[in-house]
Design a protein around this ligand. Sequence first.
Ligand SMILES: [Mn+2]
Length: 334
Amino acid sequence: MSANCAADRPAGRADVAEALRRAGSLLLITHMRPDGDGLGSVSGLWSSGSAAGKDCRVLVPDAVPGRYAFLLAGCTVEPPGRFAELAGQVELIVVVDTCSREQLGPLAEAITQHRAKVAIIDHHATADDIGTAVWSDISAAAAGVMVTELLGDLSWPVPLRAAEALATAVLTDTGWLRHANTDARALRAVGKWMEAGVRLDELYRRIYQSDRPERLRLLAAALDSLRLYLDGRIAVMTLTRDDFQRTGAFEDETEDIVQEPMRLATVEVSVIVIVQRNGRLRVSLRSRGRVDVAKVAEGFGGGGHSDAAGFRRDGEPGELAKEIVARCAALLGE
Ligand SMILES: [Mn+2]
């Protein structure tokens, strides 16, 4: 019997598929600091849902990074200020790639009033009680894998741009099929969209080889700040306000820089501390597997996956870096 047989499907998947099938109007939402998975999944649902005759609206609680603007080209992206009005109008609110109120930023309070019509499609461990139809699958490499499977269940038409968006979702959350979360299920989703006409080389170029020189200079500044601890097992980089001013880079151009120290054979954990425009510190962590960085981030009020997590905090970058290194060292048994 195939793993795709209806009898084997988790209840959440059937509940969410049914909610999507029934609703005539959808409000599609993803998390703060939206990434390729959140935006790609929303975009895929938006264009496929629209092709299926649904009235689809998209609302993003934070700025859309330039790198991913193509995913929502031609789509009216509603600001968070319109949430209350739109949430009242639509039949179903679909929250994709998060189930954490904190990750919804300005919508965190308002969404609780609409629990009865909220559906969740998510693959994170942090799960608040914000929806009634909830498909949470931490084994899924990306929310885009789950949306791919849902669209198969629904038999909705999938225009090429939806296929591109969903391929982007899976490819970006798996580090272009390099990270430990890459599995056969993720490859099947990508394979499906390749068969629909998606060109992976063109997507790669559009997403990762379309940087501005300012971003490359910011990367240089980050590499220049690299400090190694514990025989090179912990890497810490810092980006200051001066780095942004000097290079002219934007705050949304820091994505994936934290990945760079993983080029070093010794590195188990990579950390980047970024001083935001508002003066707060934003920290991203990556792990090669020995340290559960979600646990580290949770200790500072954040969260994420065991191999990719983050948090925000007030403080001084050097002091915070020391604290993080000490926590990671403890988890490495040092
Ligand atoms: Mn994701």
